[in-house]
Design a protein around this ligand. Structure first.
Ligand code: GAL
Length: 368
């Protein structure tokens, strides 16, 4: 009889130990990544905002099957203080039940990125938007805002950026390097000139906020042949008309930007749909370029396919020097919800970067 007295405390102790065991202390790239409810994190093509000591991960909420490649729910948000354990904060931007709405349920809404505007005190979310039932033909940028980091975000507008605007060229750019719509030099220049009146196509994208508070929208344009880097307005909800074209004609997707020691870095991918390809990196001394192409930053086995992933974000770890995490999606287009996340440390060789596969790692790696 007396043993029964121990049953309840023993049960409580075991359940506490059970919970403690589920607390993660490392990254396992490509594995199922349970959130605080034990459910695989559902935030694909995502980006991370560090705000008041907390990381917020925003990404595409996908459902099962190939229907999950379309936006049936919206943008999912998670929060974390340690980057290993993520709390489900729910849906921060919901698709609309109205089929005529720009972000109608069943549209394609990809690669959401949230930034905080210190002047307006608003959180601004940009994403790649394809209108319902129109495949990938709309190629628009969409923007939504919120007073609260986790949302709900209010959709504002979607459009093709920079109508009627010619690119910005740094001083001393030779005339011959400038686009000429009367006599286009490259095949892809024709797409630029075709879209000049209505605005440039905007697909895979990211948003980057510089130290001076200026924000930039970087997106695949010109039928994905060229990347545009465009300045956002001071409130971050529109484009100023100032932009450059990067790596013209080479089909760069999945851009992710970061800055270290005054140098701007960008990692992107090639253009092969959901199938993985080799990553590529660029650097520049000024955000306005010139951006130098450096090839593939990945090393070792499967480096030619980015270990099965495609870049989506580079996360500077708060409070650590030279600590940047390369974040990629391992897509599962036949069962979209099963997409995995590859988080890998970036290492620096002088001003060059390298990425290598690690099965399991934690933030101590950056102390070395
Ligand atoms: C990828 C792109 C994804 C998605 C996909 C559709 O290249 O990076 O965001 O658009 O194509 O096939």
């Amino acid at each position: 009889m007396k043993y029964y007295r121990f049953l309840l405390p023993a049960f409580l102790l075991l359940s506490i130990i059970g919970r403690a065991q589920t607390k993660l202390t490392s990254f396992s790239p490509g594995a199922i990544w349970p959130d605080d409810k034990g459910v695989h994190i559902n935030a694909h093509g995502g980006g991370i905002l560090y705000n008041n000591g907390v990381y917020y991960w925003f990404g595409e909420h996908k459902i099962a099957g190939d229907a999950g490649n379309r936006a049936m729910v919206g943008v999912h948000c998670y929060s974390s203080k340690d980057l290993y354990n993520w709390k489900d904060e729910g849906i921060s931007l919901s698709v609309s039940p109205d089929t005529t709405n720009d972000i109608a349920k069943g549209c394609i809404l990809e690669r959401p990125k949230v930034v905080y505007n210190k002047k307006t005190k608003k959180y601004v979310m940009w994403f790649h938007l394809e209108l319902l039932g129109k495949g990938y033909s709309a190629a628009r940028a969409g923007v939504a805002v919120s007073d609260k980091v986790t949302g709900p975000y209010k959709f504002i507008k979607s459009y093709r950026p920079n109508p009627g605007q010619m690119p910005f060229y740094p001083a001393l750019t030779p005339e011959g390097d400038k686009i000429n719509c009367v006599n286009p030099a490259h095949e892809t220049d024709k797409f630029f000139c075709r879209d000049l009146p209505g605005g440039q196509m905007a697909r895979d994208m990211t948003v980057f906020v510089d130290d001076d508070g200026k924000a930039y929208h970087v997106f695949s344009s010109e039928e994905n042949y060229t990347l545009d880097l465009a300045e956002l307005t001071p409130d971050y909800t529109g484009h100023t008309g100032k932009f450059i074209r990067i790596y013209i004609g080479h089909q760069t997707e999945a851009p992710a930007l970061f800055k270290r020691n005054g140098i701007y870095y960008m990692i992107g991918s090639g253009c092969t749909g959901w199938a993985p390809n080799a990553a590529r990196w660029f650097s520049a001394k000024s955000i306005w370029g010139p951006w130098t192409y450096h090839g593939n930053p990945c090393q070792g086995q499967d480096s030619k396919i980015t270990y099965g992933g495609q870049s989506t974000h580079v996360l500077p770890v708060a409070g650590k020097k030279d600590a940047f995490i390369f974040i990629a999606d391992k897509w599962a287009p036949k069962d979209a919800i099963d997409g995995r996340y590859l988080w890998l440390p970036i290492s620096f060789k002088g001003d060059d970067i390298e990425i290598s596969w690690v099965d399991n790692w934690n933030l101590d790696i950056f102390k070395k």
